[in-house]
Ligand binder design. Structure first.
Ligand SMILES: NC(=O)c1ccc[n+]([C@@H]2O[C@H](COP(=O)([O-])OP(=O)(O)OC[C@H]3O[C@@H](n4cnc5c(N)ncnc54)[C@H](O)[C@@H]3O)[C@@H](O)[C@H]2O)c1
Length: 255
């Protein structure tokens, strides 16, 4: 059942959402816009951004490649220029890769870190002057795998742990400047992120899943479940919350 949204927590605010062409980022862009935000939606997937634009004609869309740090910073500067201010940043674009640890190449490692973590550094740094002006708020998408680990995705979980540490560190550094930094840790969410990945030969899949008492009932969350959490953290409802990681996993990791 779709949540009823009657709050207007982002009237007059501008929000940049990365990874907005699909899944959690798309749901977040729609959620923030439904609450009054002017949204800048960024992704490498032009077709996905065009589909979002059809649903959200007021959005500004920007194509960039998060693997490229300079392009990430340039995208953030363009986002600020689009509406002349920036209040909220959602660093959410990411890739998921599976490999036996012994098979992860230095290029695999560097590429994943560039997309999932390095780009966040560049975007937030480029956005900083505007965030200082607006006393803005940043949310980045980590993962439950950062806290609990996950077999066959060591590079992914390590980069996601970096996201959490980055947000916590910035929360301290910029608390007196009024900018809040938080992270969300989704458990399994029904998006396209793992779609198309080939089964990993020789993997013991019991090491990569989290069965629990609820497993029969919960087959994963919806993107909107994470979008509502991100919107809360960005909003003034979370004015006293900074430097926090909030998990949304339907109790996947309990039991
Ligand atoms: N779906 C899950 O189960 C889950 C769980 C934990 C964390 N996450 C995280 O949530 C975030 C969103 O993922 P999702 O599940 O919505 O998946 P998704 O694949 O639907 O969305 C990811 C988006 O990031 C974009 N992207 C990927 N590489 C990019 C690049 N180089 N440059 C620019 N854009 C790029 C993709 O085009 C896509 O639109 C990711 O950071 C992911 O790691 C997802």
């Amino acid at each position: 059942m779709a949540a009823r949204i009657d709050a207007r927590r982002f009237d007059g605010k501008v929000a940049l959402v990365t990874g907005a062409a699909s899944g959690i980022g798309r749901a977040t862009a729609l959620r923030l816009a439904a609450e009054g935000a002017q949204v800048v939606a960024a992704d490498r997937d032009r077709a996905g951004l065009d589909a979002l634009l059809a649903e959200l004609p007021s959005a500004k869309t920007l194509t960039y490649d998060a693997a490229d740090g300079d392009a990430s910073a340039a995208m953030a500067r363009e986002a600020i220029a689009a509406f002349g201010r920036l209040d909220c940043v959602v660093c959410n674009a990411g890739i998921y890769r599976r490999a036996h640890f012994a098979d992860i190449t230095p290029v695999d490692w560097t590429t994943l870190f560039a997309i999932n973590l390095g780009s966040v550094f560049r975007i937030v740094q480029a956005a900083l002057p505007s965030l200082l002006e607006s006393r803005g708020s940043v949310v980045a998408t980590s993962s439950t795998s950062a806290e609990h680990g996950i077999a066959y995705a060591a590079h992914y979980s390590a980069a996601k742990a970096g996201i959490t540490a980055l947000m916590k560190s910035l929360a301290i550094e910029f608390a007196s400047a009024g900018i809040r930094f938080n992270a969300v840790a989704p458990g399994r969410v029904k998006t396209s992120i793992g779609v198309g990945l080939k089964p990993l030969e020789g993997a013991d899949e019991r090491l990569a899943t989290r069965p629990n008492r609820l497993a029969g009932k919960l087959d994963g969350g919806e993107p909107a479940d994470i979008a509502s959490l991100i919107a809360f953290l960005l909003s003034e409802d979370a004015a006293y919350i900074t430097g926090t990681l909030i998990t949304a996993d339907g109790a996947q990791h309990l039991g």
